[in-house]
Design a protein around this ligand. Structure first.
Ligand code: FES
Length: 102
């Protein structure tokens, strides 16, 4: 799988990761800035917030993710928590990192 991270200042990081890696873990492993992930993927922090314009590769948010997204800074309809976005196979995705996390 491949993830493209786009920062609010235009920086782009393209990373290739192993199957069953979350978008959040992909950022951690590749030192991509802006994904803070305070809780380490436990769905209790909302600091792994990203915007995903094309969510077709992913399951819709669970009720728990939707609840935690209400705590995110500057939420938009395309907001997701990147620790809940699992990458498999040929998945290729583009996520935008909120300006508030730069
Ligand atoms: Fe904390 Fe995703 S890392 S909610």
């Amino acid at each position: 799988p491949r993830v493209t991270f786009i920062q609010a200042d235009g920086r782009e990081d393209v990373v290739d990761v192993a199957d069953d890696t979350s978008v959040m873990q992909s950022a951690m492993d590749n030192l991509v800035p802006g994904i803070i992930a305070d809780c380490g993927g436990e769905l209790t922090c909302a600091t792994c917030h990203v915007y995903v314009d094309d969510q077709s590769p992913f399951q819709p948010p669970t009720a728990e993710e939707a609840d935690m997204l209400e705590c995110a800074v500057d939420p938009e309809p395309e907001s997701r928590l990147s620790c809940q976005l699992n990458l498999r196979g040929e998945t290729s995705t583009v996520v935008r990192v909120p300006a508030s996390q730069l």
